[in-house]
Design a protein around this ligand. Structure first.
Ligand code: C2O
Ligand code: CU
Length: 566
């Protein structure tokens, strides 16, 4: 009897082994060609040439299953040097293909190409890719769809169909000229002229209603919408008239489901939502409009698409959803507060409970002094931005190359664990830290450190929400609050059970947010505000996670051909 038992157990083990081998064998390798080139589009009554991938706006979708690898050959046929980043893909041990310009590579020059290896690991859901050079991402971006691994399922009933919804924008001017002019004068860059849904501005803009994006649905069916905010500088409220949305994932990690009338989605974030076509056959507006609780200029227009039921006769009126007004901070927070990890057996959480590396980081908009008030920013100064009062200066050679080869004078390893001094960050700040110091400073972290970062928004310059993004990782958002962070009382409110797992988090205006993660991905990882004008002003730093003690815990060797820096 005993013998029989152990034979059975042995056979079971073999079966399990074969099954897992089969699973591994099923991880695919895919190939994509991305050709960066100019293409002409007619929007807002005029025709303009923009930089695209493969001539489309938004660009092509990358489709993989969890755990696959994609090789993307990027050919640059445009006029600027450009890089491409895979936003939210962790790229274990492979910072070489991450993409941020002068951080992990030098730009791909016009006429040249670079093959990037995109290694998917535990991501499942929706991410996106975008250019990561100056403001080129305004037109160079697209979706990444990561379906469950073969023989596994969504943690919800399989939807009837799915559709990607990319929130973007349109500038009448040339985006590179806009940021170059702003950086030359020190003032605020021009705002966009329209927002777009899947490349179309929609019915509220001139010359646009013929091409408004339409999502056709069958009555009674449930659809998975994969929503991406690829906008440069504005967070968005999103909703569909008379329809509820059920949030099931954000940043390619499943959430505990909740139903809502609207979303608040920041630049960089993605949200997967279920939509059931349970209203009378008709047409309903899909709307995205800014959440901008700020004194800075912003595009205050509204983009629309149409949810259209499959039916031969539809009423002519199209209801419009009621969304929170642009400065409704409470509505934004009420939405964000509801995000929780799914925390199931199949999708467990792993929140660090004790911390080995603690960082307190102020997030500020600043000024750089201009003699004779000769700049276009506040008080004739130049607008700047900082983390811990250091405004990041982009190096000439990428930091990854310099770190890997030990090249001197490219960056320093002394990004501080706290701001230069403490004051009432969210009150009347006076001239406290109004002027930042400049530097290319990296924050050094040991392999497997349990890292905690408290981001403290400040009232220096203009207070505003800041969607902070970290490359190479997703992190748990364990707590958030308004005012100054209190290190005695606030940690008591941390959620260490089912906090959301994200790659981009909003630091509330004049408030704080705490994130935690295990530094188990060695590499050089950019961290920055995903509001592009703040990143342009220096609201960035670099996290260097050092190698572990084995090859398997160290940065992989570089590919044969990295884009040369000179
Ligand atoms: Cu969406 Cu540094 O990236
Ligand atoms: Cu910001």
């Amino acid at each position: 009897m005993k013998k029989m038992d152990s034979i059975l157990r042995f056979l079971g083990l073999i079966l399990l082994l074969m099954a897992s081998l089969l699973c591994m064998a099923q991880a695919k390798v895919l190939h994509y060609d991305f050709v960066l080139k100019e293409a002409k589009f007619k929007k807002l009554c005029s025709t303009k040439s923009i930089l695209t991938v493969n001539g489309t706006f938004p660009g092509p979708t990358i489709r993989v299953n969890k755990g696959d690898t994609a090789f993307v050959n990027v050919y640059n046929q445009g006029k600027y040097g450009v890089t491409i980043h895979w936003h939210g893909v962790k790229q274990p041990r492979n910072p070489w293909s991450d993409g941020p310009e002068n951080i992990t590579q030098c730009p791909i020059k016009p006429g040249k190409n670079f093959t990037q290896e995109i290694i998917f690991s535990d991501e499942e859901g929706t991410l996106w890719w975008h250019a990561h050079s100056d403001w080129t991402r305004a037109t160079v971006h697209g979706a990444i769809i990561i379906s469950p691994a073969p023989n596994t399922n969504y943690p919800f009933t399989k939807p009837y169909a799915e559709q990607t919804i990319i929130l973007g924008e349109w500038y009448k001017g040339d985006v590179m000229a806009i940021i170059n002019e702003a950086l030359a004068t020190g003032g605020d860059p021009n705002v966009s002229d329209a927002f777009t849904i899947n490349g179309e501005p929609g019915d509220l803009y001139a010359c646009s209603n013929a091409t408004t994006y339409r999502l056709t649905v069958n009555q009674g069916k449930t659809y998975l919408l994969r929503i991406i905010n690829s906008i440069m500088n504005e967070e968005q409220f999103f909703g569909i008239a008379k329809h509820k949305l059920t949030v099931v994932a954000t940043d390619a990690a499943y959430t505990s489901q909740f139903t809502t009338d609207y979303l608040m989605i920041s630049p960089g974030q993605t949200m997967d939502v279920l939509l059931t076509a349970n209203q009378s056959a008709g047409r309903y507006y899909i709307v995205s409009t800014p959440f901008a609780d700020t004194s800075a200029p912003f595009d205050n227009t509204t983009t629309t698409a149409i949810l259209q039921y499959n039916s031969s006769k539809l009423p002519s009126s199209i209801p419009f959803p009621t969304l929170p007004t642009y400065n409704n901070k409470t509505a934004a927070e009420n939405f964000t507060k509801r995000l929780r990890s799914l925390a199931s057996n199949a999708h467990p959480v792993n929140v660090p409970q004790s911390i080995t590396k603690r960082i307190f980081m102020t997030v500020s908009v600043n000024q750089i002094y201009c003699p004779n008030a000769s700049c276009s920013g506040p008080a004739g100064n130049r607008l700047a931005a900082s983390l811990n009062n250091i405004s990041f200066q982009s190096p000439k050679i990428d930091i990854l190359e310099a770190y890997y080869r030990g090249l001197p004078n490219v960056f320093t390893k002394d990004f501080p664990k706290q701001p230069p001094y403490y004051f009432n960050f969210t009150g009347t700040v006076g001239n406290n830290t109004i002027y930042p110091s400049l530097g290319t400073k990296a924050l050094i972290v040991n392999y497997n450190d349990s890292v905690e970062i408290v981001f403290q928004g400040t009232n220096v310059g203009a207070a505003e929400n800041h969607p902070m993004h970290l490359h190479g990782y997703s992190f748990y958002v364990v707590g958030t609050g308004s005012g100054n962070f209190n290190n005695k009382t606030d940690p008591k409110s941390y959620n260490l059970k089912d906090p959301p797992l994200v790659n981009t988090v909003g630091v509330p205006k004049n408030g704080w947010v705490t994130i935690r993660f295990i530094a188990n991905n060695p590499g050089v990882w950019f961290m920055h505000c995903h509001l592009e004008r703040h990143a342009s002003w220096g609201m960035n730093t670099v996290l260097i996670v050092q190698n572990g003690s084995t090859n398997a815990t160290s940065i992989r060797p570089p590919p044969k051909h990295m884009p040369p820096c000179s």
